[in-house]
Design a protein around this ligand. Structure first.
Ligand SMILES: NC(=O)c1ccc[n+]([C@@H]2O[C@H](COP(=O)([O-])OP(=O)(O)OC[C@H]3O[C@@H](n4cnc5c(N)ncnc54)[C@H](OP(=O)(O)O)[C@@H]3O)[C@@H](O)[C@H]2O)c1
Length: 255
């Protein structure tokens, strides 16, 4: 990464892109290209641009991700607050009902008939970004790392601990109670599939000595988590590490 020639990165998130860029100290070459990972034309346009301008790709970070179940949950909490809770909060005793909200929302959901059309839409939206998007971007990019200047080429898939099958079934894990809750099946299954995709590409490119790994950042204070969690600069450290592995570095791992 200390080459005189600037490295070519593709990372679908500006924050991470900037951190990666600062780490590798090629300050003259930050460029942002808008890409919609659910749109093949947009993906091909971005990859064509990189191919024509740089002729290579050194690092690919598949970072884009959504959790529309969490977004829906927060929306329902807001609605419940507006409809039922806000008036009670103004009672003289000042008792807040906010702590009861998750139970109330769940109860409400359990009573109603499952809205299959809505659930299908949520699955499709999440899988389009979290899985299909990462797969299509990787497929579109993969001729370019052949010509990487900063070797070995590295691909990082940004995953999530709740999508780990290992954690989900390991009763000896101290946090097993948390991982085994039946929460966010759409998001978690999309990340579980992404983990499989990581192993697929690691195996596919092992002979070429590319480094293909997944990183799970922990709860991080971004718009994704509605501001909950640790600073993004801390969560990015491991992603940047995997994006800058040397020839002896790991492949096919999930950190
Ligand atoms: N935050 C956490 O607690 C947490 C925990 C574990 C894993 N993760 C994972 O970390 C990754 C990054 O999330 P984050 O926390 O940094 O959240 P974020 O700030 O919301 O970033 C998500 C990024 O995905 C992009 N994106 C969404 N749909 C896209 C699409 N169709 N095409 C291209 N880009 C798209 C967003 O772009 P726009 O802003 O333009 O929509 C945004 O830059 C995700 O894969 C997430 O699953 C996050």
């Amino acid at each position: 990464m200390k080459s005189q020639q600037p490295s070519a990165y593709l990372c679908h998130s500006l924050d991470l892109y900037e951190i990666l860029h600062q780490t590798t100290q090629n300050v003259a070459l930050v460029e942002a290209e808008t890409i919609n990972v659910t749109d093949d034309t947009s993906i091909e346009k971005a990859v064509d641009y990189i191919a024509s301008k740089y002729g290579r790709l050194d690092i690919l970070v598949n970072n884009s991700g959504i959790n529309n179940e969490l977004d829906l949950y927060f929306k329902q909490v807001e609605q419940a607050k507006a409809a039922e809770i806000a008036p009670q909060e103004s009672k003289e005793d000042g008792n807040s009902e906010i702590s009861k909200l998750p139970a109330q929302v769940d109860h409400h959901l359990e009573k109603s008939r499952p809205d299959l059309a809505m659930m299908r839409k949520l699955y499709q939206e999440a899988y389009e970004v979290n899985l299909f998007g990462a797969a299509m971007v990787t497929e579109a990019c993969t001729p370019l790392p052949e010509k990487a200047l900063a070797k070995p080429p590295r691909i990082v898939f940004v995953s999530s601990h709740p999508g780990s099958m290992g954690l989900r079934v390991d009763k000896n894990d101290p946090e097993w109670e948390k991982w085994s809750r039946p929460s966010f099946p759409i998001y978690r299954s999309s990340k579980a599939a992404l983990n499989f995709l990581t192993l697929h590409y690691a195996s596919k490119f092992e002979g070429k000595e590319w480094k293909v790994n997944a990183s799970s950042p922990n709860l991080t204070a971004t718009s994704f988590s509605h501001g909950n969690g640790r600073p993004a600069s801390e969560s990015a450290v491991n992603i940047v590490r995997l994006a800058t592995l040397s020839a002896g570095g790991d492949t096919a791992t999930h950190w």
